[in-house]
Ligand binder design. Structure first.
Ligand code: COA
Length: 330
C-alpha cells in the first residue's frame, strides 16, 4: 500500500497588504522589499478570522476535489505556528469541528515552515502501515497575529493563508509519495523564535511590554543557513532515490524569499519554468506556504496527474524537509 497526495486546496484572505502600505508604518520602501525579498503583496486575515477558519475553508476544497466522503477521513493533522489557542484545544480539533467530522484522531504538529512536509512524512507512515486510509493535512497560519508591525526586518516578510491536502491509500506507485526526508537542529533555535507566551516566559505585562510575544529573527544568518540546508536536502533526496533533476516536473520550494529560492534553484540548475513561485503575491505563509504553492500550480494547470513534484522547505527550530511526490489527483 502507498500513500497518495490525492487532492489539494487553499484559502487566502481577501485583504491585500502591499509594500506601499508598509511604507506608511515603518522606514522601508517598495524598492528595498522587492530587491531583498521579491515580495510585493501578502494577504492579511480579518480581525475576527482565525487560523482554523482559514484551515477549514482550505480543507473543504481539498475534500471536495478528492471526491471522498468527509466521514471517511480517519486522521486530521494541522501544522501551524499560529494556532487559535496556544495550548488547547488543537487547531486540528477546531478544523475537524468546522468541517463537520466527529470522532476522529486530530492533533497539531509544530515544525514552523517545514510543517507541511513533516506532515507528509507522518501521513506516509500511517498509510503504509495500514493504520489509516484517508488523512486530511492542513497547513494554516494567521502569522499577522505574531508579527511586530514596528520591526521592519520581519513584518514585511509574512502573510496569512491556508493550504490543505487529502492523502489516501493507493496501490498505484505512480501516484504515490515516493520519499520524505525531515530533519532538525535545535542549536539554531534562537535565530528564529517567538520567545514569549510559553513556559519559559509566561504571559505577563512585563513580557508583553518587551514584545516577546512577537517573531524575532536574525535575518541574515537565517538566510545563509536556509540556502545551505535547502540545497543539501535536495541533493540528498535526489541521490538517495536515484532521480535526476531533469526527471522533476515541478520544483516547489518554501516561499520565504525570492533570493533564497533563486540561490537554491541556480545551485541545482533547475529551470525557472519548472519552479513554482508564489512569494511575490503571498509572502511567507510558513506551514501554509508549500500547500498554497501546490494549489497555485494545480489551479494554473501546471500540475497534472502523475507529475513528479520536488518539495523543499526550511523553518524555525531549525527544521528542514524535502519530499518527492507524484501527484495522485486529477
Ligand atoms: N526596509 C529597509 N531596510 C531594512 C528593512 C526594511 N524592511 N529591513 C532591514 N533593513 C535594513 C537593516 O536595518 C540594515 O540596516 P543597517 O545596515 O543600517 O543596520 C540593512 O537593511 C541590512 O540588513 P540585513 O538584515 O543585512 O539585510 P538583508 O539583505 O539580509 O535582508 C532580510 C534582510 C530579512 C530580507 C533577509 O535577511 C532575509 O530574507 N532573511 C531570511 C528570512 C527568512 O526567510 N525567514 C524565514 C525563514 S522560514
Amino acid at each position: 500500500m502507498y500513500a497518495s497526495l490525492k487532492s489539494i486546496g487553499s484559502y487566502v484572505p481577501e485583504k491585500i497588504m502591499t509594500n506601499k502600505d508598509f511604507e506608511k508604518i515603518v522606514d522601508t520602501s517598495d524598492e528595498w522589499i522587492v530587491q531583498r525579498t521579491g515580495i510585493k503583496n501578502r494577504r492579511i486575515a480579518a480581525v475576527e478570522q482565525t487560523t482554523s477558519d482559514m484551515g477549514a475553508l482550505a480543507a473543504d476544497k481539498a475534500i471536495q476535489r478528492a471526491g471522498i466522503d468527509k466521514n471517511d477521513i480517519d486522521l486530521v493533522i494541522c501544522a501551524t505556528l499560529s494556532p487559535d489557542h496556544l495550548c488547547m484545544p488543537s487547531t486540528a480539533c477546531l478544523i475537524s469541528d468546522k468541517i463537520g467530522i466527529r470522532d476522529v484522531m486530530a492533533f497539531d504538529l509544530s515544525a514552523a515552515c517545514s510543517g507541511f512536509v513533516y506532515m507528509l512524512s507522518l501521513a506516509k507512515a500511517f498509510i503504509e502501515s495500514g493504520a489509516k486510509k484517508n488523512i486530511l493535512l492542513v497547513g494554516a497560519e494567521k502569522i499577522s497575529s505574531l508579527v511586530d508591525y514596528s520591526d521592519r526586518g520581519t513584518c514585511i516578510l509574512f502573510g496569512d493563508g491556508a493550504g490543505a491536502a487529502i492523502i489516501s491509500a493507493t496501490d498505484d506507485k505512480n501516484r504515490a509519495i515516493l520519499d520524505v526526508h525531515a530533519s532538525a537542529d535545535g542549536k539554531y533555535s534562537d535565530l528564529l523564535i517567538t520567545p514569549g507566551c510559553g513556559s519559559k516566559y509566561p504571559c505577563s505585562t512585563e513580557m508583553m511590554n518587551e514584545g516577546l510575544q512577537y517573531i524575532k529573527m536574525a535575518g541574515n544568518e537565517v538566510f545563509k543557513v536556509a540556502v545551505r540546508t535547502l540545497t543539501k536536502d535536495v541533493v540528498d533526496i535526489l541521490k538517495t532515490n536515484d532521480i535526476e533533476p531533469e526527471d522533476i516536473d515541478l520544483f516547489i520550494p518554501h516561499q520565504a524569499n525570492l533570493r533564497i529560492i533563486e540561490a537554491v534553484r541556480n545551485k541545482l540548475k533547475f529551470p525557472k519554468e519548472k519552479t513554482v513561485f508564489t512569494v511575490e503575491k503571498y509572502g511567507n505563509t510558513s506551514a501554509a506556504s508549500i500547500p498554497m504553492a501546490i494549489n497555485d500550480a494545480y489551479e494554473d494547470g501546471r500540475l497534472k496527474s502523475g507529475d513528479l513534484m520536488l518539495l523543499d522547505t526550511f523553518g524555525g527550530g531549525f527544521t528542514w524537509a524535502s519530499a518527492l511526490v507524484r501527484f495522485g489527483g486529477n
